[in-house]
Unconditional design. Structure first.
Length: 462
């Protein structure tokens, strides 16, 4: 039996180049990594190249990839048409600082897929998209506060950095002025009465910002009826409904979660897939709201009565090229069907692994996503007689798996040959094959057995 210490040591020993990179990184990178979630012990993963569903680290180890560029890749790594489009654009220059025709084609393509995107303003990331959405919502309603849901993630700017990880009421980061917190009202999702009450008792709420998948790309499952209810309440009370489709956009369906669930928001935040694996994002929405950007030539209006927005790299040519090539292929519906079917297959096979080994937990997810939840609370285990008794939608539970369990899971998964997206979940792409599912099921099984032997997951009660 391989102990956790054995695994950790073997993992590090097999990755000398990665160890050396980590030594260098700690001397020059703040926090030792480029993103909070990339940091890992004994060292982060250092990737040298990626293709299709796979990627390879500095030491030559191959991984089946369920991170897929933080969810930005639905066609897989280095999809030939995306690479070709970038190469073609590259030959014409990387950045003009001027507008260009492909930007308009990109916007037209987005609108074809997502009819609520009547007008579009390009930005550089999901964080920028939600930041701009809040500004437009406030500008258009004359109201200040935003209703948000505990556990939903909207990027790292001051206005949204708190509230996505438990304890949800606590600060999300140091360095954020205390007053900013009060500009968001944070409530639990799933209960329309609570939403109705919040809007009825606070006239200063401009709109509602939500991940339509449920918090953290569906790690907290959400009944789509809740979205329909939000649409009805916000329309009746004249507040805005803002979907953060940074992950779900063009993944949940070619028209995003709004198409899958049949709910049309007022504003939509986009990033990741929209830019085909290059940096990019967009705020899209109702023409009358997006008119807040319009320059009229009247000095007072243009200086004081509109939403200001700049950005050196908005709709930069290489991002436009990658985004357009990606969305054109997604428009056929085929990539979504392939990725969804691969993910459904994976969820089924991984669930069987938990069942076969009697481990307390379950696998769930929508579209091309999956999440694994391990139950470790003895009280809940005592009360459970079947696997479905473990099921929970409580965000504090779903996001409250012990840190040691999550770190061990991630390390074991990598050491056996797969990488996930965050915590214990991942996303698939059209490049994932049946063979990837077979192989990843073996990897998941080895991981689960390791966790069981390490004592960090619990058996299902008899
Ligand atoms: C739902 C959601 N919104 C916003 C963001 C922030 O996007 P970015 O990392 O591009 O700033 C993310 C990032 O993962 C996200 O998942």
């Amino acid at each position: 039996m391989q102990t956790e210490l054995d695994l950790k040591q073997a993992y590090a020993a097999a990755r000398p180049a990665s160890q050396a990179a980590f030594q260098r990184a700690q001397r020059v990178l703040a926090g030792g990594a480029g993103h909070d979630l990339r940091f890992a012990r004994p060292m982060p993963l250092y990737i040298a190249r990626a293709k299709g569903s796979r990627k390879w680290d500095l030491d030559g180890h191959e991984y089946i990839d369920f991170l897929m560029g933080n969810g930005a890749l639905l066609l897989g790594h280095a999809a030939p048409e995306v690479v070709a489009a970038i190469q073609e654009a590259l030959a014409h220059g990387t950045h003009f600082g001027n507008d260009h025709l492909p930007q308009i084609e990109w916007a037209e393509q987005i609108r074809r897929l997502m009819p609520s995107a009547e007008r579009i303003r390009f930005v550089n990331s999901g964080t920028e998209a939600t930041h701009l959405a809040l500004r437009v919502a406030r500008a258009c309603t004359g109201r200040t506060r935003i209703l948000r849901f505990a556990g939903h993630f909207h990027g790292w700017h001051d206005g949204v950095v708190h509230g996505f990880q438990p304890p949800f009421e606590a600060d999300g980061s140091t360095g954020v002025p205390a007053g900013v917190r009060t500009e968001s009202i944070l409530i639990a999702d799933g209960d329309l009465n609570r939403v109705e009450h919040a809007l009825a008792t606070d006239d200063d709420i401009a709109g509602i910002l939500i991940e339509p998948s449920g918090g953290s790309w569906g790690r907290q499952p959400l009944d789509p009826q809740f979205l329909h209810g939000l649409r009805e309440i916000t329309a009746r009370r004249n507040r805005l409904l803002i979907f953060d489709e940074v992950i779900t956009g063009f993944r949940y369906s070619p028209g995003g979660a709004q198409e899958l669930y049949g709910v049309r928001p007022d504003l939509t935040c986009l990033a990741k897939i929209v830019a085909g694996g290059m940096p990019g994002g967009a705020l899209a929405g109702r023409a009358d709201l997006m008119a807040a950007f319009e320059l009229t030539g009247v000095t007072h209006h243009d200086r004081f009565e509109r939403v200001a927005h700049q950005g050196t790299f908005n709709a930069a040519p290489l991002s436009v090229a990658a985004g357009l090539a990606t969305l054109r292929r997604i428009a056929s519906g085929e990539p979504t069907r392939q990725a969804d079917s691969a993910a459904a297959h994976l969820r089924e096979r991984w669930e069987e692994v938990l069942e076969r080994h009697g481990v307390a937990g379950y696998v769930y997810g929508v579209s091309s996503t999956f999440h694994v939840y391990f139950e470790t609370d003895p009280r809940r285990l005592d009360a459970a007689s079947t696997r479905s008794d473990l099921y929970t939608v409580d965000p504090a539970r779903l996001k409250g798996m012990p840190g040691e369990l999550v770190a061990t899971y991630q390390r074991a998964l990598r050491s056996f040959g797969a990488d996930n997206m965050s915590c214990t979940g991942g996303v698939l792409s059209a490049a994932h094959t049946a063979e990837d599912i077979d192989r990843s099921t073996e990897i998941f099984e080895a991981t689960v057995l390791h966790l069981r032997d390490a004592g960090v997951v619990k058996p299902m009660p008899d």
